[in-house]
Design a protein around this ligand. Structure first.
Ligand code: ADP
Length: 625
């Protein structure tokens, strides 16, 4: 069988994505490869397709137990015999799996690196014919990387024991040039075919919002994306609890995840999310490693993370299936202060000396500054991300909140001067409520009692809402023109830098959402609905229900039956027979055998056998991806 046929038959795709073919051809020709490709780019296909064409077994080394389970389940769904061996199995199960493996029952075996040196695995490897070793998350082998795992070094001795030496494929989503060189050297890759594909994830929309109330934004967002699967990341456990509770109170089926829960609770909640029993999960960054759920349609950040690295990794969990998805960060000046506080109070690493620790702190602080730069960027957000990761050239992406013109910039220098003057007039003795009230010209008795109406700035910003005035105050704090005392009743003080504002050498340009409720209104328009018309969306819901039923029967997560993208393509193509169904992206022979019939029937019944218009325009699917 040709690689193209394998791709269609088992995975349901017609074409390889850029780069996949190069790596597959190299592996098949016996040349080692190193693929550095972002999450969702399709690394697995690069070793799974050759695994099915090579004569022997492929051993995939992966550090993530949940990912192994997921991948093996997906492969078996697609009709490929695969198994995994890791500490989540009992000794008995492991023995059984090894027995089956020895008889050649599996084409692909996933193992944790620790397993490679065990007696059972060594025995098996000696007898079996291992054609390829694929190393997933290959950056874990490098001591320079963030995620160095000493157990990865076992791969080297394991491969050395094998004769003839199998071809090696190494894959990772993150590797600086130092880490890249390390992977090649330590793994002993011989003249490897290197592929470094871009970091851009075109199907992801990036947005930054500064809503008045983050909680109501999140509630509205979820309610305007009913049934869609999404992750809400919060910086702290406390926030997870707060947001989770608020969502439950609104009747939203949400799960929660953080390190304070028991292991059992965490795993149950994770499963509820993966199996679409609960479409939304509210979590700290403890959630996500090794989660392969492909139909996550949005990732909202309730708080700004500490670095772009963290942000891109977490946001990148949206849209792994390649369908349009949204990554929106909710930002407030307070996030900066909280993060700065956390960094300032981070315990020093005991293994490092004082100088090194100081260096770490400095780097952390620079990372935070870059993150803030993203939050405030008035240029294309995607350009910002890509440049951060070293890719230059993009000017505008037309798929982020800045390019789509959802913000407007305003010169707030004059108002900022009034704020500073007002605080000075109030002799730096009051907090944000009194200052904003004074500038707004409130007639509250408390203000009048303290003589606010005698200030020259009383009422000068009457034309602005108090919320807008408070936002300006927060921004001034964040930019260190003002500071708050750390007391219970925080008092605003003017910093030395404010002089530059008053004298005119500094200006304050701020970005505001075009309309106060613009963001929620935009997000009310689900991206699927950019492609499907109302009939198409109706059919999508029918197919989604069917998918849920079949997934329940089979005990697999719904996205493993078919991805959202596949269902959307079905709604556009309206397949009435097997031939047409096999044209749908993501439907291969095996999947057709397993699930094709009920979906065909559902489409026929819904349309009463007539092709009808279910999408907008000609491009259909192209606009969705
Ligand atoms: P990675 O490991 O790089 O994060 P995956 O291997 O999980 O990415 O692939 C991400 C998604 O892309 C999966 O849903 C996969 O089925 C899909 N995919 C991979 N290759 C192709 C292709 N050639 N055409 C269409 N979809 C693909």
């Amino acid at each position: 069988m040709q690689k193209q046929e394998i791709l269609k038959k088992y995975f349901g795709y017609k074409d390889f994505r850029p780069g996949q073919e190069l790596l597959i051809d190299s592996l098949l020709a016996g040349r080692d490869v190193l693929g550095i490709m972002p999450t969702g780019a399709g690394k697995s296909i690069c070793y799974q397709v050759p695994a099915l064409l090579l004569p022997g077994i492929t051993v995939v080394v992966s550090p993530l137990i949940s990912l192994m389970k997921d991948q093996v389940q997906a492969l078996n769904q697609a009709g490929v015999h695969a198994a995994y061996i890791n500490s989540s199995l009992t000794e008995g199960q492991i023995r059984k799996a090894m027995e089956y493996a020895a008889t050649g029952r599996y084409k692909i075996i996933y193992v944790a690196p620790e397993r490679l040196e065990t007696w059972e695995f060594t025995c098996f490897a000696r007898q079996a014919r291992i054609s390829m070793v694929a190393v997933d998350e290959a950056h874990c082998i490098s001591q320079w990387g963030q995620d160095f795992r000493p157990s990865y070094l076992k791969i080297v001795s394991f491969v050395k024991k094998l004769a003839p030496r199998p071809v090696i494929g190494a894959f990772t989503a993150t590797a600086t040039s130092q880490v890249k060189d390390d992977i090649i050297a330590v793994l002993g890759l011989g003249n490897p075919q290197l592929l470094i594909s871009g970091f851009d994830r075109r199907n992801l929309f990036f947005g930054v919002e500064t809503p008045k109330s983050k909680l109501s934004y999140v509630q509205q967002y979820i309610e305007s994306h009913p049934g869609d699967s999404g992750i809400i990341y919060c910086a702290t456990r406390k926030n997870v609890e707060k947001v989770h509770e608020a969502l439950l109170a609104r009747g939203i089926a949400a799960a929660r995840y953080h390190a304070g829960l028991t292991a059992q609770e965490r795993s149950e909640n994770q499963e509820d999310f993966i199996y679409d029993r609960k479409p939304v999960i509210v979590a700290t960054n403890a959630f996500g490693m090794g989660i392969d759920k492909s139909n996550v349609r949005y990732v909202l950040h309730f708080n700004m993370p500490q670095s772009m690295e963290n942000y891109y990794q977490e946001a990148g969990r949206a849209g792994r299936d390649g369908a349009a998805s949204e990554c929106i960060m909710l930002y407030s000046g307070q996030d900066v202060m909280v993060n700065q506080y956390l960094l300032d109070n981070k315990a020093p690493n005991e293994e490092l000396g004082p100088e090194e620790n100081a260096l770490v702190r400095e780097r952390d602080s620079q990372r935070l500054q870059s993150m803030v730069g993203y939050a405030r960027s008035t240029n294309c957000l995607r350009k910002y991300i890509l440049e951060y990761f070293g890719e230059y050239g993009l000017q505008r992406c037309e798929n982020c909140s800045v390019c789509r013109g959802e913000y407007e910039e305003q010169d707030c220098t004059e108002q900022a001067r009034q704020v500073v003057t007002c605080i000075l007039e109030l002799r730096q003795r009051y907090g944000v409520n009194v200052v904003a009230g004074t500038l707004h010209g409130d007639k509250r008795s408390k203000l009048l009692a303290l003589g606010a109406d005698r200030c020259s700035t009383y009422g000068v910003l009457q034309a602005l809402s108090e919320d807008r005035i408070k936002r300006i105050i927060r921004e001034l704090e964040e930019r260190e023109y003002l500071e708050s005392t750390p007391d219970k009743y925080a008092v605003l003080k003017v910093c030395a830098r404010a002089q530059d504002l008053l004298e005119g050498s500094d200006s304050l340009i701020l970005r505001f959402a075009r309309e106060e409720e613009g963001a929620a209104a935009r997000t009310r328009k689900a991206r699927k609905s950019d492609v499907l018309n109302s009939r198409g969306l109706e059919l999508f819901d029918v197919l989604k229900k069917l998918r849920m039923e079949l997934a329940r029967e089979g005990g697999v997560p719904p996205y493993m039956v078919f991805s959202d993208k596949t269902l959307t393509d079905m709604c556009i193509r309206l397949p009435f027979d097997k031939g047409e169904m096999l044209q749908v992206a993501g439907v291969g022979e095996k999947k057709y055998e397993r699930y094709g019939q009920p979906f065909l029937e559902a489409v026929r019944e819904f349309t009463r056998g007539r092709k009808e218009k279910t999408s907008f325009g000609e491009q259909g699917m192209d606009r969705f991806c």
